[in-house]
Design a protein around this ligand. Sequence first.
Ligand SMILES: CC(C)(COP(=O)(O)OP(=O)(O)OC[C@H]1O[C@@H](n2cnc3c(N)ncnc32)[C@H](O)[C@@H]1OP(=O)(O)O)[C@@H](O)C(=O)NCCC(=O)NCCS
Length: 194
Amino acid sequence: MSQKGKAVLVELARLDAEQAQQYVPELLDLYADAYDGPPWAGNPFYSVERYAERLQDTFEMKGFEIVNAVADGDLIGTCYGVTLPPTVSWWTDLDASLPAELAKAATEGRVFWLRQMLVRKAHRRLGAGRAMHDLLCSGRDEDFVTLTVIISNEPARSAYLSWGYEVIGRMRLAPESPMYDAMARSIRSAHRPS
Ligand SMILES: CC(C)(COP(=O)(O)OP(=O)(O)OC[C@H]1O[C@@H](n2cnc3c(N)ncnc32)[C@H](O)[C@@H]1OP(=O)(O)O)[C@@H](O)C(=O)NCCC(=O)NCCS
């Protein structure tokens, strides 16, 4: 990857929850940098404090795995997820519209929930997001990957669509959160769930 003509060596590390704990201060700092603007700024749901709680909850979940991107010793990106619990409320809210193949896969623990992807502002558009996503998804046991994205969140929403994700429904994560699209695709290719 290069930045303003200068080569930047980015190392990717795939870690479990225990290993990820040591990165908590850096993850909070990264979140503060990445979410410092629209559509998140000013909404308490996206405060660093609330994020810290969600992060600890995520560490506890089955199948947690994280890919961190490090440049010159600094954490510049992260991407992590868990095996989707089929009882999570945003997923059950989609019940009526879920493709049958996907609904069945979730009850069998075959859906990976990509919970977060962040890249520090100064390191964007260099391919770190895509590289972390692809490494995290490779080698997972699940058959599908799902995520949620705020409908106005660009470039993330368009990037997911260009990577083969399809919108499978629309909902809020919490009453105070904005509207999200739920998306899914095969974890190994752009195969569409039927
Ligand atoms: C979304 C995010 C993680 C992407 O990280 P990144 O390292 O810049 O991503 P990449 O360089 O791998 O680019 C991803 C894709 O988006 C496109 N893209 C990235 N930034 C773009 C921009 N500003 N304008 C247009 N397209 C853009 C790229 O062309 C790329 O597509 P490709 O893989 O087909 O080439 C980063 O923008 C970010 O941290 N955003 C804030 C947090 C966020 O929205 N996270 C997602 C929550 S669901």
